[in-house]
Each structure stands twice: as structure tokens, then as C-alpha cells.
Ligand binder design. Structure first.
Ligand code: UDP
Ligand code: MG
Length: 318
């Protein structure tokens, strides 16, 4: 790689309202980077925070730190992508700012990268500080997505990982608006390997996730990686048609053989309601895909950057 200013490692950190954790995070990250050979850069992506995140970042006064200030909150996936677009390193590590991803794993990532792996991802062996329901739903989600999609998305992994230069270049070509990152990381292929670790609870601040978000995240994951739900809708239709046809034959036979006293109101209701339900659900599934097509066809840029500066720059300017 020629014009990367000799930078070996880039660290990309999306941050949204993380003023409480960032100083501690930066301390831990820099002490890990001391053990890393070669030049590093740290790219903090301020994802439209409404607290003092940007000021805190500017106070780091570390020449390795670059701050990408997005024009508004775009969500973690896009913040991550903005970081990847600006990273210059031969390898790029993406990590959460909340210290749930221990920076201490980075040297291990680098080891694996030097062994020739393009994607080295962290796999949690324990999830402290998370509720039973969250764990159970996560498990169910992975089981499901594994069943319906051809791309193998590793279980119990977050976005915390190291990417080689060619993996980053591959990811940069995927410009879809609906970004299910875990899926995209897996989709690009290349040699990938896991490093196990224990996921800590959040250091401070609060998670931006809730169940409604998780539900939408799951739908995002499914719709961006498989069109099987659309097929399920057509098979359901086929099966009900066959069922209805057989039942019709039976009714004709019954009427011819035994005559037809007025009867069958409950059956009628059940059939009508069932069919109505199936139709509405299938329409909903089609709608989910149609809506995504609508968003993708607009081809909007993923994000806008308000400013892109090294953290020391505001010193020099005044
Ligand atoms: N984040 C972001 N934009 C958002 C939400 C979150 O950049 O709109 C960042 C956040 O600052 C953190 C990371 O994404 O560094 C993970 O967020 P969080 O801890 O809330 O998610 P969880 O760990 O619960 O999945
Ligand atoms: Mg977190």
C-alpha cells in the first residue's frame, strides 16, 4: 500500500453520547497500543452525539487521534463505515467505545492477522451483565439466520474485529443503505478466524439498544441476507390452495351424496379468517422487502461529514 503514511494499524471507534467512558477507554486503548509495533492511528467517529463527546475527544491531544464528526446521528453501522472509509492502516480494528470490547485483545488480533487471516473477530464466551431474555433471543436469532441464509454468520460475535486491508477494501464496496454489519463482514469471505474472550458489562453510560431495536435489527438481518421469507409466503399460498381444493372435492361429494342442509358457519369463519391472516402476513413480508428496495434505489450517500480533524488541530488554529 503506497499512500497510507506508513500506518500499520487503524483503530475505528464509533461514539454516540459516550462522554463518561471515553477518557477511560482512551487510556486503556493507548496502553495497549504501546505494545503494538509500527505506527497507529485512532479514528473516533462522533455519531451526532448530543452530550460533550466531541469536546472530550478534542481534549485527548494525541497526535494519533483523528476525529470524524458526522453531520448528525446515523447509527452505529454507518458510523463504523465512515471510520472504515477514512482508515489508512494496513489493518483496521473496529471496537465499541463502552469497554465491552476489551482493547487488550488487539495484540492477539494482530498475531492472527500476521498468520494470514483477513478477518479476526472476537467471540464472546460469556455475557456478563446481560439478561437471560437477551441471551435467549440472541441465540434464537442466530439459529434462525443460520437456517435461512447461505452466508455463515458466526454466533456470539459483535462487531469487534480486525480487518486486513483487502477486507476493508471489499467492505467499502458494499454501499447499501441497510447495513447489517455482522452479515457484511461474513459476506465478503476471505480467511476468517475467531478469538475467544469474556464480554464485560458496560463500563459506564447506558446502552442505546432496547427490544424494539433488537427486533428491527433481527428483521434487518434476515431481509438483507435472504429472500426466503418471500418464498415461504408463496409456499404457504400453494399449500392452502391445495388444502382448499381437496376440501372442495370433499364438499362436492358430501353435497351430492347427502344433500345440503344449511350448516358450516364456524368452518366458514375459520377458513376466511385464516386466509385473511395469511394474506395480510404475506403482504407484510412483501412490504418489508419493498420498503428496503425503495430505500436502496434512492442511492443516497451513507453519511455526511461535518469535520475530519486530528484531535490537536483546534489548538493550532487559535
Ligand atoms: N453507537 C453509535 N451510534 C449510535 C449508537 C451507538 O456510534 O447511534 C456506538 C456507541 O457509542 C458504542 C457502540 O456504538 O461505541 C455500541 O453501542 P452500545 O454499547 O449502545 O450497543 P451494545 O453494546 O448494547 O450492542
Ligand atoms: Mg455496548
Amino acid at each position: 500500500m503506497s499512500n497510507n503514511d506508513g500506518i500499520i494499524l487503524s483503530i475505528v471507534v464509533p461514539a454516540y453520547n459516550e462522554e463518561e467512558v471515553l477518557p477511560e477507554f482512551h487510556k486503556r486503548l493507548t496502553s495497549v497500543l504501546e505494545k503494538v509495533e509500527g505506527a497507529c492511528e485512532i479514528l473516533y467517529v462522533n455519531d451526532g452525539s448530543s452530550d460533550r463527546t466531541l469536546e472530550v475527544l478534542n481534549d485527548f491531544k494525541d497526535p494519533r487521534v483523528w476525529i470524524i464528526d458526522l453531520s448528525r446521528n446515523f447509527g452505529k453501522e454507518i458510523a463504523l463505515s465512515a471510520g472504515l472509509d477514512h482508515a489508512r492502516g494496513e489493518a483496521v480494528v473496529v471496537i465499541d467505545a463502552d469497554l465491552q470490547d476489551p482493547p487488550e485483545l488487539i495484540p492477539k488480533f494482530i498475531e492472527k492477522w500476521q498468520e494470514g487471516y483477513d478477518v479476526v473477530y472476537a467471540r464472546r464466551t460469556a455475557r456478563d451483565g446481560e439478561t437471560f431474555i437477551k441471551k435467549a433471543t440472541a441465540k434464537l436469532f442466530y439459529r434462525f439466520i443460520q437456517g435461512v441464509s447461505r452466508v455463515k454468520i458466526p454466533e456470539d460475535t459483535g462487531d469487534y474485529r480486525l480487518l486486513s486491508r483487502r477486507a476493508v477494501e471489499a467492505l467499502k464496496q458494499l454501499r447499501e443503505t441497510h447495513r447489517f454489519m455482522k452479515g457484511l463482514f461474513a459476506w465478503i469471505g476471505y480467511p476468517q478466524i475467531a478469538v475467544n474472550y469474556r464480554r464485560d458489562p458496560r463500563f459506564a453510560g447506558s446502552t442505546k439498544w432496547n427490544y424494539w431495536h433488537l427486533w428491527n435489527f433481527a428483521i434487518e438481518g434476515i431481509t438483507s441476507f435472504t429472500i426466503n421469507p418471500l418464498k415461504i409466503a408463496s409456499y404457504l399460498g400453494l399449500m392452502t390452495s391445495i388444502g382448499a381444493f381437496t376440501y372442495a372435492l370433499f364438499v362436492i361429494y358430501k353435497t351430492l351424496a347427502f344433500g345440503e342442509p344449511v350448516q358450516g358457519y364456524p368452518t366458514l369463519m375459520v377458513v376466511v379468517l385464516f386466509l385473511g391472516g395469511v394474506q395480510l402476513m404475506s403482504l407484510g413480508v412483501i412490504g418489508e422487502y419493498l420498503g428496503r428496495m425503495f430505500n436502496e434505489t434512492k442511492h443516497r450517500p451513507l453519511y455526511f461529514v461535518n469535520s475530519f480533524n486530528p484531535s490537536t488541530s483546534h489548538d493550532e488554529s487559535d
